[in-house]
Design a protein around this ligand. Structure first.
Ligand SMILES: [Zn+2]
Length: 410
């Protein structure tokens, strides 16, 4: 990646921690914000951008994406050529960048190859945090087999988003193997899901000792475990076993709220995926029964978001969209904005997300020492989250590079 030096003049920029706008010029050197101040000099070979009258926010962070999920039929994905999946992924990641997401955390499927390709500039897209394949027990949310199928091809090169590991020793081995490949975090399936072929949404998955083993191995490498879980029962046992993050969490209960607080854990809700399924799921072949399940999970999600916000829990932005529904990635801003204040929604996609990624001060803020990642808008997103939800962005800047201008969103 070229090391552009950029000077943004006359910025009205959002201090997301304080929730207030500040004014000044912002200088980016070698991809990092080097200075913020009044009337900064353009000392030489510096690209200059006048942001007068515009609003400058940190680049957005989505903490739950599946960049390889080019189809909503995840069972099918494993039958695809890895090369074909990678080329689809390039298109998906490029579109994410257009929507202002300069960083994403992949919640299962992405690997070190995609990470390295993005970092080296081969692949245009958000900075990528990945966990490799999600760990699932047999018959769990990450088991793609239909009931009549017995063999499971766990080969690394098969582009399934999950891998099956049963028993403490196998879980340890699977975690160590993902860490060996460079995983930033470990994802486990700790409860049932909506679209998986054989499990029930109200089931818990993995024994406590298996979850504890995953946590122990991840923490040994200074990494963390995040768990897919919907119900209070599944969430609470995972948090007690030491996981640091919960994905979805739509059906959390009072005890969950206490455990999140006590353990300073992170909740990454993904409401837009149910919103999209409710809207378009029938077109994608969702049965009436599953469609009704989706509606119930969405209603529970709105309520859970409000309660989690009131309880002061670390909320992070997630989307979890698959296949043709990726285009709704920014819609989560509008959905959350119906329940919680705009600044809290923006924090979930910036400063709080950076804390989850263990990159506090480096991502999700506009301050010296942070990455030169920004979105620039004409109107104030704090007044109207639709500006973000509709990707009405004048500029997207990543590490000081203007990677998109007058984006219309897709
Ligand atoms: Zn997911």
């Amino acid at each position: 990646m070229t090391e552009t030096n950029l000077l943004i003049k006359n910025a009205t920029y959002l201090d997301v921690v304080e929730g207030a706008y500040r004014k000044g010029d912002i200088k980016v050197n070698d991809g990092i914000i080097s200075e913020i101040g009044e009337n900064l000099a353009n000392d030489g070979a510096v690209e200059e951008l006048d942001a007068k009258g515009r609003f400058v926010l940190p680049g957005l962070i989505d903490c739950h994406v599946h960049v390889t999920a080019a189809t909503a039929d995840l069972g099918q994905l494993g039958e695809w050529s890895p090369n074909y999946v990678a080329l689809n992924t390039a298109k998906i990641m490029g579109a994410m960048l257009e929507r202002g997401f300069t960083t994403v955390r992949d919640a299962a499927g992405a690997d070190f190859g995609l990470h390295d390709a993005q970092a080296e500039g081969l692949l245009r897209g958000p900075r990528l945090f990945f966990g490799g394949k999600a760990l699932s027990q047999t018959g769990g949310h990450g088991d793609p087999r239909a009931r009549g199928r017995h063999s499971h091809d766990g080969d690394y090169c098969v582009p399934h988003i999950g891998t099956i590991a049963d028993g403490v020793d196998a879980v340890r081995l699977a975690v160590r193997d993902e860490l060996r490949k460079g995983a930033h975090h470990i994802k486990i399936m700790a409860g049932g899901g909506v679209a998986s072929p054989t499990d029930r949404i109200d089931s818990t998955q993995y024994s406590i000792s298996e979850i504890e083993a995953a946590v122990e191995e991840a923490e040994a490498a200074n990494r963390y475990v995040t768990a897919h879980a919907y119900t209070g029962r599944a969430i609470n046992r995972a948090l007690r076993a030491g996981v640091r993050g919960i994905e979805h969490g739509n059906l959390l209960d009072d005890e969950s709220l206490e455990l999140f607080k006590e353990r300073n854990a992170f909740l990454t809700m993904t409401l837009v995926t149910y919103w999209a399924l409710e809207r378009e799921g029938r077109d994608f072949g969702l049965s009436q029964e599953n469609w009704e399940k989706v509606a119930a999970v969405l209603d529970g999600g709105y309520e859970a978001l409000g309660r989690a916000h009131e309880a002061g829990i670390n909320l992070t932005y997630g989307t979890d969209l698959l296949g043709g529904m990726h285009r709704y990635q920014a819609k989560e801003f509008a959905i959350r904005g119906k329940v919680i204040p705009a600044i809290e929604v923006i924090r979930s996609a910036t400063v709080t997300a950076a804390a989850l990624l263990q990159r506090e001060g480096e991502l999700g803020v506009i301050a010296p020492g942070a990455a030169g990642d920004f979105i620039i808008t004409k109107e104030d997103p704090l007044n109207d989250l639709e500006i973000l939800a509709e990707s009405r962005l004048d500029f997207v800047i990543q590490q000081g590079d203007i990677v998109s201008s007058t984006s219309t969103g897709r």
